[in-house]
Ligand binder design. Structure first.
Ligand code: FO1
Length: 335
């Protein structure tokens, strides 16, 4: 079975670990968010791609969910001694090596997709990891500071400010001009199922969908599109998704997020899709946590098949069970 997954960072990576356990023979393509990417110290840092690569490749710091295991921070300390920041972003020594290799290859003219493939040759994540685009896209967040509205980089909002002030807008700068990376549209067109893990619907999956062509390709693929709610009991399972959901006018509830993605229109069987205009709804199926069982009727009223199952990724078994529920729902909507 060919499975395409749109993934952000920690939540997406942990979900993928469960997917590999639940479907060991599946051919998995991951389309990774690159809107979180940031240039620091002259280096290109791709947090979400690296989080997926390290998590599936066995190099992740398990407690944090990002960065390398057994990490040290000598380089960061030396930079700080020169007064060179930002100090609020924790780049470790081992992690620095990844960014140096990436930046060197980009400088030599390789596109990000080729660089990611080269980095994955070391980590062997067991999935095909594609950046959503080779073009630069950078998520900015509009906030009010000192009585003025200004836009800051997503990482500054998320890490330095811990999303402590309201986000008035979230803008994937450059997305409109970006093209899907090589292989992205082909993977979607060739998929048997598309999964949206419980990643951030605005700054992770929303940013991937903002790259022209990706949303339409998913809508036109003619295969089940199944999502898992990142909101459990009206609060994000992890991170501060509620802050950026508010910026796009979406309530932090499992049902509201499903409606934000939108229900798929009745679609032709695989291969028979025609081009759609506008911003088509995507979801055929949606999983909410058991505590949100009350939301099932509301989601189904929006034309999206919905089931309530445990959605906490507490360990590999629990995550694999979530994946199995998503794949079972895919078969149900396909039938
Ligand atoms: N998250 C933090 O909360 N603090 C950090 O200092 C930090 C550094 C960092 C370095 C490399 C990397 O790949 C990820 C890093 N993250 C850090 C995670 C990251 O900021 C976000 O969680 C994601 O971009 C959101 O998906």
């Amino acid at each position: 079975m060919r499975i395409v997954v749109l993934a952000g960072g920690i939540g997406g990576a942990r979900f993928l670990r469960g997917l590999k356990a639940a479907a060991p023979d599946a051919d998995i393509t991951v389309i990774g968010n690159t809107g979180d990417d940031i240039h620091l110290f002259g280096l290109k840092v791709c947090p979400d791609l690296d989080t997926v690569m390290y998590t599936l490749g066995g190099g992740i710091n398990e407690e944090q969910g990002w960065g390398r295991a057994d990490e040290t921070f000598r380089v960061k300390e030396e930079l700080a001694a020169y007064g060179v920041g930002p100090e609020w972003f924790g780049l470790g020594d081992r992690d620095f090596a990844t960014h140096i290799v990436r930046t060197q290859m980009l400088g030599a003219g390789y596109p990000l997709s080729a660089v990611t493939e080269a980095l994955c040759a070391r980590w062997k994540p067991g999935v095909r990891l594609l950046p959503m685009s080779d073009d630069r896209v950078e998520t900015h967040v509009a906030i009010d500071e000192d009585g003025e509205r200004k836009a800051i980089h997503f990482q500054e909002y998320w890490v330095r400010m811990r999303a402590s002030v309201p986000a008035h807008a979230v803008v994937p700068v450059g997305a409109e001009q970006a093209k899907p990376a090589p292989g992205v549209l082909e993977a979607i067109a060739g998929a048997d199922v598309v999964l949206f893990p419980p990643s951030n619907p605005v700054v992770s999956i929303g940013t991937i969908l903002a790259v022209p062509g990706i949303r339409a390709a998913i809508a036109d693929a003619g295969v089940p599109v199944i999502g898992l709610s990142p909101i459990v009991g009206d609060a994000p399972v992890r991170g501060m998704a509620d802050k950026v959901l508010a910026a796009v006018g979406v309530e932090s509830t499992a049902a509201a997020v499903a409606k934000y993605y939108g229900g798929a229109e009745r679609r032709p069987s695989k291969g028979g899709g025609g081009r759609r205009k506008g911003s088509p709804g995507l979801l055929d199926g949606w999983l909410v946590d058991s505590v949100d069982a009350d939301a099932v009727a509301e989601v189904e009223a929006a034309g999206i098949r919905c089931r309530a199952v445990p959605l906490m990724m507490t360990d590999l078994d629990a995550t694999a069970a979530m994946v199995r529920a998503a794949l079972a729902l895919a078969e149900e909507v396909r039938a």
